[in-house]
Design a protein around this ligand. Sequence first.
Ligand code: 5GP
Ligand code: ZN
Length: 112
Amino acid sequence: MADCLFCKIIAREIPAEIIAEGDDYLAFKDIHPQAPVHFLVIPKLHIQSLAHVADPETLLATMGAIVEVAREQGLDENGYRVVNNVGKYGGQTVNHIHFHVLSGRRLTWPPG
Ligand code: 5GP
Ligand code: ZN
């Protein structure tokens, strides 16, 4: 999508620290990390948010990528958190669906 920040990262029009890539997904470090480990996993297909997913199967590759990349990054032993923000109340600021993967410290709960 022309005016989408994350589509531009996928197209290499905007630089990002990419840590993994597949046919259907991209994983890259968050520019403002909220934990020692903080990366985003996105489908290459532009979908605005979880609320805009027509067919959940389109996210299967993204879900698989989260599991795989987290394992590659050595996060399985101590664990990690996967976060997806949806819309205004969810705190979504970039309108291309993305899953935050956070780790490297014990995270607090509940979120604010
Ligand atoms: P949201 O608030 O929409 O769930 O998360 C958007 C995330 O994208 C934020 O954590 C923010 O730091 C990250 N972000 C925003 N702009 C950029 C960028 O240009 N590059 C990277 N790597 N991350 C970004
Ligand atoms: Zn997009």
